[in-house]
Ligand binder design. Structure first.
Ligand code: ADP
Ligand code: MG
Length: 505
């Protein structure tokens, strides 16, 4: 956590730091490090170039929030002080959500303006007073023509994903919009690439600007975090389940050594309710292609594979690579791990080792010239916490959607009716329990021997292995309510299939 100091050093307020901690950011990305101090000065134009997934949104959103917050208390118009242009409606919602979570309780009235949604609701939101408008160029231009939006008070204008906006043919709209803002507004432009048209746009609409460019290869090596868990063979499945459950967006490869193991783990995951599939050399070419295709389309989220079967297949945006078994040699370790953390997305590589493989892993580390950090298998409490956090984010999105008018009137009248006879908190809790109670159920988790604190001394004595499981099991601290229910093999509850799937993505 000492890295949070790096955020503090950028000059951000305490509330922003708290927001950042809440979001789990540990240290600023390169583009954030270089842009935030410039933007906090509150003047001067800037072009920021860095590859996708490097946190460009927070790089401009944090300074914007600080600016809006700093204006509180002074008499301000109800017209927007900042305009963020984005290429698509998805990005529009995404940027709004990021701004809201970074605002962390500060009132930053953000309105999303995009095509395909009702004008009336957008109109109402604009009339209520707004600090930041996040919009697609087409719809913003429409509102300007209808005179339902005024940019007279805009102090900062951001072109986000500028290259994509130009690719989509928004150039005229953008030029039009930019010409309707005060001359002295600050202009920021963020993009993954910097094609000629952007520089041309900049030379027309920007004053002297700073160019902050982050080289692509700065990030690649740091994009995959590598950790390992020391677990007994018999506990590996439970460790896998917990690793998967820690991330509700889990989308990963699980590497096994043999075809048989591959099938076995695949089947077990499926019976636990996961969207998994096994991929190995016994399947026909067509079957394998079909499975990989379904994985790419995100219809499967977990692929259990052998090294051979996974060779040459490319699945972008994997969140995890799990080495259920330590690979045969350091080269395959590097190869497996290199499958995540690509295209600018942060990835996590988790290796399971049994106590006898400790030295082998140390050797891999040396050959691969990489740090593989020892971690404790997530506890049930940590999993539930993580689930609650994602649930909260998803719920906030659903609520924000409703505020944008995506909830029918009949629901509002029902809500009113309920509100007459029950406390709001009780109503919400009951509904949440009905819908998500199962997702946060802890009874499906088994006990796992905690080897985290074992000294390296005991590791050298494989003979004692036999008695160790029981001892370690006793030292495990399961959740209080679990102790009674520690699952016997037969009475095991049916796996919980819900991973907030009902929420959709
Ligand atoms: P870009 O616009 O550069 O493609 P985003 O702003 O969409 O990237 O960020 C990608 C993801 O990284 C988001 O989920 C965001 O919350 C997260 N993120 C941003 N900054 C950090 C950071 N300093 N540490 C960890 N994650 C971060
Ligand atoms: Mg972006």
């Amino acid at each position: 956590m000492q890295n949070i100091q790096e955020f503090i050093d950028l000059g951000l307020s305490d509330t922003s730091i708290r927001a950042i901690q809440e979001k789990g950011f540990e240290k600023p990305t390169e583009i954030q490090k270089r842009c935030i101090p410039i933007l906090l000065k509150g003047h001067g134009d800037l072009i920021g170039q860095a590859q996708t997934g490097t946190g460009k949104t927070a790089a401009f959103a944090l300074p914007l929030i600080e600016m809006i917050d700093g204006m509180k208390g002074t008499k301000q118009s109800e017209r927007p002080k900042a305009l963020v242009l984005v290429p698509t409606r998805e990005l529009c919602t995404q940027v709004c959500t990021e701004i809201q979570s970074l605002a962390y309780g500060r009132t930053v009235r953000t309105v999303a303006i995009y095509g395909g949604a009702s004008y009336n609701i957008q109109l109402r939101n604009l009339k209520d007073g707004v600090d930041i408008v996040v919009g697609t160029p087409g719809r913003v231009q429409d509102h300007l023509e209808r005179k339902t939006l005024s940019l007279e008070d805009v102090r900062v204008c951001v072109l986000d994903e500028a290259d994509e906006m130009l690719d989509m043919g928004f150039i005229e709209d953008i030029e039009n919009i930019l010409s309707q803002m005060p001359e002295d507004r600050q202009m920021l432009c963020f993009s993954a690439t910097m094609p000629q048209p952007i520089l041309k746009l900049a030379s027309t609409f920007m004053h002297d600007y700073e160019l902050v460019k982050v080289q692509t290869n700065d990030m690649t090596s740091s994009l995959t975090k590598q950790i390992f868990y020391e677990v007994y063979e018999k506990d590996k499945l439970e460790a896998l389940r917990r690793t998967i459950d820690m991330d509700p967006n889990f989308y990963g490869l699980v590497f096994c050594r043999t075809k048989i193991q591959c099938d076995e783990i695949g089947e077990k995951l499926i019976s636990m309710g996961y969207n998994a599939e096994a991929l190995h050399g016994d399947l026909s070419q067509t079957q394998r292609e079909l499975i990989v295709h379904r994985m790419r389309e995100h219809r499967i989220s977990i692929l259990v594979a052998t090294d051979v079967a996974a060779r040459g297949i490319d699945i972008p945006e994997l969140t995890h690579v799990i080495n259920y078994c330590l690979p045969e040699d350091p080269e395959s370790y590097i190869h497996r791990v290199g499958r995540t953390g690509r295209a600018g997305k942060q990835g996590l590589a988790v290796t399971f080792i049994n106590p006898r493989e400790f030295r082998k892993l140390a050797f891999y580390k040396k050959i691969a010239k990489t740090e593989i950090e020892k971690k404790r298998v997530p506890s049930v409490e940590e999993i539930i916490e993580a689930k609650k956090k994602t649930l909260l984010e998803d719920l906030k999105r659903i609520i924000s959607d409703a505020e944008q008018g995506k909830c029918p009137e009949s629901m509002y009248s029902l809500a009113k009716l309920l509100g007459e006879s029950h406390h709001t908190t009780n109503i919400i809790a009951a509904l949440l329990n009905d819908k998500y109670g199962r997702a946060t159920d802890t009874s499906k988790y088994g006990i796992i021997a905690d080897l985290y604190d074992r000294s390296s001394e005991s590791r050298k004595e494989p003979r004692q292995r036999r008695e160790r499981p029981e001892r370690a099991e006793r030292s495990e601290r399961p959740a209080k309510h679990m102790q009674k229910k520690a699952p016997s093999k037969k009475g095991k509850k049916k796996a919980n299939t819900s991973r907030f799937k009902t929420l959709g993505k």
